[in-house]
Design a binder for this molecule. Structure first.
Ligand code: NAD
Length: 492
């Protein structure tokens, strides 16, 4: 494990590699909590390639046992793991604990999903011939992780990749290397060979370098649409390599004449502000009936005013912590100012009590009158209110985005939900539920700019192995019936 030290307060720039080191800081305090050496993608890929054949040759049962041991190792480290996530991301401890539970649960979910999505099949063909469908691993897969769920999301690629028989080179976010390192440490502790899971420390440069290695057979990515597009370009000349992109969203939440206004308000707040809005599935746009929304907005504002924003270990626990770093908070503030300049009307402002820390207050802004609303992901605690004249306009507004990750309807009738479900373009569509908190045992992914049709979670098995169809017989027996000359006929 790399050195754990306490040093001087941070600036986001501290994460930029100075010489060959990467440092990680606690967003709440700005103190350095970790530092480690920037890795070499080529060396890590070479190590993984060397280790891969033996791992792939083991039985599936062998690999599953190894992953079950990994779940037990994480269970033993549960408290320390959660504390490290809280310290490195700023997420409240209660929320960090739920992330560790997700890491543990991912193992059984992936084992079941592997069985369901990539089962061996045998079929009978004509003349007693036998057909078999089996799956093979790709080889060495690169995994690039984001910072917002620094353990759970990369783990959601790594576990299914390992079960399928791949070796993995994992590059955690440059903002959360310590959690990435701990995740890999737990895998090794469980007896998964060091060559089979490699840790690559670094930032976008190392991500690009990893993506360009001839020795990888694919790349599994969770992160921003910007980086996803760059990787897509980078992979343009290697269409034979698997590329799974899980990207961001500009997610709509329609509340339509909800009877239980307090519950609706609670779901809006959960959707928009959990994890300080740093969730890919967070609601970014709240769409309501222009004629009927005042009571709802009043209930939401009442809740917003009660939200505790604080450091992750505070007692009582906060609802949300800081953003990941100063640069992220600056960026969200710029996006907010842009909305204000375009004519947005703040209902609750995006306050930043201390410019030297990345804590932001939850904000709500009415953007109905902005003509050219930017269709971008605001990865922070900002919810944009859009008032529309009828339900058709609500659906049109929900689809008024290039993204397509999550969408929810709260209220409405069963018929309205049917219409919403049929017409809204998204990979997660909920009714009377928040936009976030998708079940891990179902597929998870989006359309549009939110991904490239390689959904993760329960369908991750699909991109971790490829199907092989075989026609098989005990012995070779064949005769050619047509198109041959009669051997008894003389040629003149
Ligand atoms: P990011 O795209 O900045 O970084 C993600 C990873 O990619 C990091 O490891 C980073 O070092 C690397 N990277 C960045 N640019 C790269 C490039 N050009 N080439 C190769 N690698 C590169 O994302 P982030 O800020 O860490 O995470 C937040 C984003 O992730 C948000 O957009 C969020 O919506 C998205 N996200 C999506 C999902 C999902 O499942 N769809 C889940 C969580 C987060």
């Amino acid at each position: 494990m790399a050195e754990q030290a306490e040093k001087k307060p941070d600036a986001a720039a501290a994460r930029k590699p100075v010489s060959d080191k990467l440092v990680s800081t606690d967003p709440s305090t700005g103190k350095q909590i970790w530092s480690g050496k920037i890795g070499d993608a080529a060396a890590e890929v070479a190590a993984a390639r060397a280790a891969w054949p033996e791992w792939a040759a083991h039985s599936n049962a062998y690999r599953i046992e190894a992953l079950r041991r990994f779940a037990n190792v994480v269970r033993k480290e549960e408290q320390g793991f959660a504390e490290l996530i809280a310290r490195e991301t700023g997420k409240p401890l209660w929320e960090s604990k739920t992330e560790v539970i997700s890491v543990i649960n991912k193992v059984e979910i992936s084992i079941e999903a592997y069985g369901e999505r990539t089962p061996q099949r045998r079929m009978e063909a004509a003349l007693g011939n036998k057909i078999a469908v089996r799956h093979k691993p790709h080889g060495v897969l690169a995994v690039l992780g984001p910072y917002n769920f620094p353990a759970h999301l990369p783990n959601g690629h790594i576990v299914p990749a390992l079960i399928a028989g791949n070796a993995v080179v994992f590059k955690p976010s440059e903002k959360t290397p310590a959690v990435g390192e701990l995740l890999v440490h737990c895998l090794h502790e469980a007896g998964i060979p060091e060559g089979v899971v490699r840790l690559l420390i670094g930032g976008p440069d190392e991500g690009r370098s990893l993506g360009s290695q001839p020795g990888i057979d694919g790349l599994l990515f969770t992160g921003s649409a910007r980086a996803g597009m760059a990787l897509h370009k980078q992979f343009a000349e290697t269409p034979h390599k698997i590329l799974a992109l899980e990207l961001g969203g500009n997610n709509p939440l329609v509340v339509w004449h909800a009877k239980d206004v307090d519950s609706a308000a609670a779901m809006v707040v959960q959707s928009a502000y959990l994890s300080a809005g740093q969730r890919c599935t967070a609601a970014r746009r709240l769409i309501v009936d222009d004629e009927d929304h005042e009571v709802l907005i009043a209930a939401i504002v009442k809740l917003i005013d009660r939200i505790i924003v604080g450091e992750p270990f505070a007692d009582p626990q906060p609802f949300m912590g800081p953003l990941i770093d100063l640069a992220a908070a600056d960026h969200v503030q710029e996006q907010w100012l842009n909305l204000m300049m375009k004519g947005g009307k703040p209902i609750r402002r995006l306050d930043r009590p201390d410019a030297e820390t990345p804590f932001l207050a939850p904000a709500l802004i009415d953007v109905t009158d902005i003509r050219d609303r930017p269709d971008e992901e605001i990865f922070g605690p900002v919810l944009q209110l859009v008032r529309v004249k009828d339900f058709d306009a609500a659906i049109a507004e929900a689809n008024n985005t290039r993204f397509g990750l999550a969408a929810s309807l709260i209220g409405g009738s069963p018929e309205m939900y049917d219409k919403f479900w049929a017409n809204v373009r998204a990979g997660v569509i909920n009714w009377n539920k928040p936009t976030n908190g998708a079940p891990s045992n179902a597929p998870f992914g989006g359309v549009g700019l939110s991904g490239n049709h390689r959904p993760s979670a329960a369908y991750a098995a699909d991109y971790c192995a490829y199907p092989v169809t075989s026609s098989e017989a005990d012995r070779a027996r064949a005769a050619i019936a047509d198109g041959l000359r009669d051997p008894n006929m003389q040629e003149d």
